[in-house]
Design a protein around this ligand. Sequence first.
Ligand code: MRU
Length: 354
Amino acid sequence: MENLVSVIQSVKLDDENNTLVLLDQTVLPNETVFLELKEMEDVWDAIYQLKVRGAPAIGIAAAYGVYLGTKKSSAQNYEELFEDFKKVKEYLASSRPTAVNLFWALNRMEDRFKQEEGKTVSEVLAALKEESEAIRAEDEQICEAIGEHALSLLEPGMGILTHCNAGTIATAKYGTALAPIYLGQEKGYQFKVYADETRPLLQGARLTAWELQQAGVDVTLICDNMASIVMKEGKIQAVLVGCDRVAENGDTANKIGTSGVAILAKHYNIPFYVCAPLSTVDLDCKTGEDIHIELRPSEEITSKWYEKTMAPEDVKTYNPCFDVTDHSLITGIITQNGIAYAPFNESLPNMFEK
Ligand code: MRU
């Protein structure tokens, strides 16, 4: 079934023009605008401003950004190019701190650079371009595999709650938490999806509700504080969310508000699943305590969505962008290599072995 969502690519390289083409996620659903970026500073800004967002899409954009940034170098040989590469990498790494996919993609680009030792500048640049494209292409397959594993846990007609946007536009294709919805849709599963609006930046309302509606999925938008009532009324049989970093013990950072949804799901005895490519699993973080939570500007809370201010002038704010869901609240972590169950510090490392 072809629709806008099945064909849209939120992050891609325009090969001929050496331009990163990004779907601007800050203006959806009102406008569908594609940005054409040539400079690494523009890529940094697009990541920071959430024009491209969602852990896998951030990683893909950063990989392309490394290629575009390194391509501007005037280096004459491998060693000089590596010095410039390291500066580009360090710069892009400072765009957002929580999604480990950013650092994973940058490190993978560095590994590829090192494999090209002794090659000419143009050969190394060609390798960087190839690697960034491989990261994008692999993500599409990974998301499909996550979707298939997740779908094996679901029954036709189920009510599914999701938080934030872990959909096709947050990845190369399909999404993570929304992948089983799309795969189920193709099989006629007729899920009923409830999308939390996801304050303060409304990724649920603006992005998840938009992309599911475009794909013809039965989606109902709710405010964040309505999750309890829809669960109590028996409308939800499973919660599916994406994530930005999973620690070795299964503690999971995802969009602010996710941990509250997990606590509610436990209360109502509803399974709570986290969907994660292995590039989001960070075994170097032993627990959620080790995960750096991004703090964002006050204006996102006080003055983002109305012409007038939404709060008293100069009121103090606290705007953590993610929270950590304790592993004890998570039923399973669905990766491309299978579903990890507790104890996660045993099952997650095993996922990398498959
Ligand atoms: O701040 P955002 O919009 O980048 O946050 C995104 C999320 O929290 C997603 O759930 C997560 O990155 C997974 S996307 C497949």
